[in-house]
Design a binder for this molecule. Sequence first.
Ligand SMILES: Cc1cc2nc3c(=O)[nH]c(=O)nc-3n(C[C@H](O)[C@H](O)[C@H](O)COP(=O)(O)OP(=O)(O)OC[C@H]3O[C@@H](n4cnc5c(N)ncnc54)[C@H](O)[C@@H]3O)c2cc1C
Length: 282
Amino acid sequence: MTVAIPLTIREALDALSNTPDARLIQGGTDMMVEINFNHLKPNNMIALRRVQELRTWKKNIDGTVTIGAGVPYQEMETGELKQLIPALAEAARTVGSPQIRAAGTLGGNLGTCSPAGDGLPVLFALDAIVHLESSDASRDLSIHEFMLGVKRNARNSNEIITAVTVPLLDGWQGYAKVGVRNAMVISVASACLAVDTTTQSVRIALGAVGPTIIRCRDAEFWLSGQFDLSSTSGIDTAVAKEFGRRVALESKPIDDHRSTAEYRRHAVGILAQRLITRAYPS
Ligand SMILES: Cc1cc2nc3c(=O)[nH]c(=O)nc-3n(C[C@H](O)[C@H](O)[C@H](O)COP(=O)(O)OP(=O)(O)OC[C@H]3O[C@@H](n4cnc5c(N)ncnc54)[C@H](O)[C@@H]3O)c2cc1C
């Protein structure tokens, strides 16, 4: 196996042009599992870990944050990024172990595009933009267009995911997940809820209960007619429960080795009810 170790995005794109069959590797926490289990036997790899441009993030003047595809989860869990995007910090904190969070990245979560990826519901709830670059072009895709299905995305093989841009919201936001145990676990069901005080709306996105992450637009719309979302008073328990029920109706879970569709549908409704109650506590 040949491994290219570029130091810049340009060098990485050149390496990809020269070896179009090459596989990209960032933290390796998904890719090395595939290789170790002989699911993949790449002849050429491009290791992105030393590309510093991918490992930085910045706050933009238009009220957004751009996070490089190679920023590890551990950097999202604390510090300024946690203050700016609390739901991302909560999601990052649930990923694997400290070792996995030191290596694993949003770029890798997007590259794999598993519906159980913990970063993805946050990106869906916040309407993130994915930035892609090839040697002769760059394009920006809404996260809603980027994820196509189970482990399928809209990246072309000659493109590198360079970063994601996330709009900053000033309302409450949080992430919750259910797994078969409390730590080191892939989601059985997950949800990210974010309040946008500017548009007075609530967004909710579900993970691991469908082929893609699911935005529950019907439940979001229903809630806006039931409850004053600019309110500082707590949400009525009956409204929170009905919100959870409606969110569960929008999920499309399946039975698999991790759980049953029935349990997933139930769990995701409870997660939604809890998140909206945390957003509007009494
Ligand atoms: C023990 C263990 C526990 C885990 N727990 C969780 C968990 O709780 N939650 C969770 O969501 N995930 C979990 N994972 C999966 C994994 O850690 C995440 O999906 C992580 O985000 C992958 O990031 P990475 O940088 O390691 O990706 P890599 O393994 O380097 O790459 C993953 C895929 O993305 C592609 N890729 C990487 N970077 C780019 C780029 N810049 N442009 C285009 N394609 C790219 C690669 O080619 C590959 O196909 C776990 C994995 C392990 C081994």
